[in-house]
Design a protein around this ligand. Sequence first.
Ligand code: ZN
Length: 365
Amino acid sequence: MSLLKVPALAASLCVLHATFAPAAPTPSSGHYSLEDFQHVDKIDAHLHIHGPAEQFMAEAIRDGFRVLTINVDYPDFPPLDRQQHDAIALRKKYPGRVAFAAAFSVADFQSPDWAANQLSHLDAAFAQGAVGVKVWKNIGMTLRDPDGQYVMVDDPRLKPIFDRLERSNIVVLGHQAEPLNCWLPFEKMTIRSDQDYFREHPQYYMYHHPEVPSHEAQLAARDHLLTQHPGLRFDSVHLASLEWDVTRLAQFLDRFPKANVDVAARMSHLEYQATRNREKVRQFLIRYQDRILYGTDVAVEPDDATATAAEAHKTWLEDWRFLNTAGKMHSTEFGPAFRGLALPKAVVEKIYSGNARKMYPGAWD
Ligand SMILES: [Zn+2]
């Protein structure tokens, strides 16, 4: 995609012109249109790609996307070693296009050597190019000690790992808790896919599991971790599990200046808020334009079905429409209509690539 080079070229031309016309508009003024979608350099900073993913990668390249594929200690995904093997292979096959984040396993958590073993596993991943480490909701929601107590993300046994990541400037991608809908009865949930997910995964549907630490307790443990590690570079994925209210999200970002958030699998929650107060959502994205990363959470299975590539294309295009245009939109997730946010180009460029490149320097060089 030679057109991916256009912004850089435009920027250098602008420097030449600046000698004659200092007041010339920057290349990033105004808004992007739907037609610009394929031609703007973009990064999907939250994907889970398994297997060779040839059809998916062809779609990503067509649509102008670079990707960050994230390994997760998730029983529905292939084993962690397999995930890491696939990520390394993709990075080699698509240099400058694919970056990856590693994960550690808690299978052997009760062993006294657990942290040391996982640190050497992570060192091997960094040597192979990993740019971050995912910490998943199993910590806080499923991992338990023999006495039945849940292990929270600020547990002292995890400290050696976070100490090392903080010292080494490695990004932690933290998924703690779940959407607030997870703690609500089905009829109170705002988003249809949340209803579907928790119907299909009753083990993660916390409304029926009051014995598991609450939404507030999960977020308090995460916030305590960040307080204990003020230098930790943290991508609080899924809008930091504060997806239902941009005011709460703003408070989180103000409190933890080293933390960023991604919008993965939560864009519909922003759209839902936009049905009620579009300007509030728009102002939030503009105010925190340096702290937000674009991502979708699309998962590519090893068989790389054509349907996944098509679904990713549709999601990418609808998200682009919501953030860039001012048109009236409908979502399959809820009833009311809403309007696109028509964000300024410069804000879109940061959310879609600038912030990810700052967070993961060199990841896509
Ligand atoms: Zn994910």
